[in-house]
Design a protein around this ligand. Structure first.
Ligand SMILES: C[S@@+](CC[C@H](N)C(=O)[O-])C[C@H]1O[C@@H](n2cnc3c(N)ncnc32)[C@H](O)[C@@H]1O
Length: 315
């Protein structure tokens, strides 16, 4: 069965970029902040033989706006342009994301995963781009991050989720994956109690379930995650626009990597992924083009007591 489809638009050129290099890089540093383009940085890291267990990308979402730090936020030193999400057209945006995907694939270890954070504005295009770049069989999961927030004025359903698309680097390799559990549903607890369930078979056919004495660890973690957004007055808020919750990144790092593994975030913003990696005993490299992102991420990580090395993408 033919499964390969691709996106096309007038003038589409496949992502090829002149190779770039990185200046001095301490490969033993727990955390490294790299100034420059994420696609260039990942290509340069790959060329040096660096391999990551997880690449997380949270690029601009095609909102058509410049994202600014909050004017009243002391932590961000007032209102400043943090990064632009303005594009000539959708093809220009998709070409940028394709470059990031190509870079991510190059730096991943065979057992590694890419997680691409997006939302329903462009997520459907990015899923197809991911299929193209990572190839047949590489798509692993679409995680729906469901959150609650102040209702928007709209004659539409409230938009209350983002998408996290996960692709594995090599579908023939056993992926890094740690099974985690979530609490049992109230109806399960009512009906079956908190014991581990056991499937019973009669004449080789599934008959019914029974509850054992052994306590259940919960239900294996599904692909709809309820995690709160950061409250406007939340302690973890840095003032960086579009900052993601630490709990979300900790769950990704915890489930998809081992202690000591390398995590790369090539659009790091305020450094949430690096902080999650540091707290969980992983190494991490964060890349961003924005000076504001570097300033806030460096301050945040230093505040957590993390030693930080720096590097720069060079022409
Ligand atoms: C949605 S924000 C990331 C927020 C981040 N996850 C956090 O928790 O703070 C997207 C970031 O991507 C950066 N960015 C956009 N294009 C980039 C590129 N080509 N290379 C590196 N960074 C890029 C922007 O400067 C911005 O900081």
């Amino acid at each position: 069965m033919e499964r390969r489809v691709s996106l096309t638009w007038p003038g589409r050129a496949r992502a090829t970029r002149p190779p770039r290099s990185l200046g001095a890089l301490d490969r033993t540093a727990p955390l490294t902040l790299v100034r420059g383009d994420g696609a260039d940085a990942m290509g340069a890291l790959a060329a040096r033989g660096v391999r990551a267990a997880l690449v997380y990308l949270d690029p601009p979402f095609f909102t058509g706006r410049v994202h600014r730090t909050n004017a009243r936020d002391r932590r961000a030193s007032g209102a400043r342009d943090a990064f632009s999400d303005e594009w000539r057209d959708l093809p220009e945006y998709l070409e940028q994301i394709e470059s990031l995907l190509v870079g991510a694939r190059s730096v991943l270890a065979p057992e590694g995963s890419l997680v691409l954070h997006t939302d329903p504005r462009a997520g459907h295009y990015l899923r197809v781009l991911g299929d193209e770049v990572f190839g047949d069989g590489a798509f692993a999961s679409e995680i729906v991050w469901r959150y609650r927030r102040w209702p928007a004025k709209t004659r539409n359903f409230q938009r209350l989720h983002d998408l996290l698309l996960r692709f594995v680097r090599d579908p023939s390799a056993t992926p890094r994956f740690h099974q985690r559990h979530e609490p049992l549903a109230a109806s399960t607890l009512r009906h079956w109690g908190a014991g581990k369930q056991q499937a019973l078979f009669a004449d080789g056919r599934r008959a019914r379930s029974s509850t054992t004495e052994e306590p259940s660890p919960g239900a294996p973690l599904g692909d709809v995650w309820e995690i709160s957004i950061i409250a406007p007055s939340g302690r973890e808020r840095t003032g960086y626009p579009t900052q993601k919750p630490l709990a979300l990144l900790e769950r990704l790092v915890d489930t998809l990597t081992d202690p000591g593994d390398l995590v790369v975030d090539a659009t790091m913003g305020s450094g949430t992924t690096l902080l999650a990696a540091w707290r969980l005993g992983r190494r991490a490299i964060g890349v961003d083009t924005s000076d504001v992102a570097h300033e806030l991420a460096a301050r945040r990580l230093a505040g957590a007591g993390a030693p930080i090395a720096t590097a720069e993408v060079q022409a």
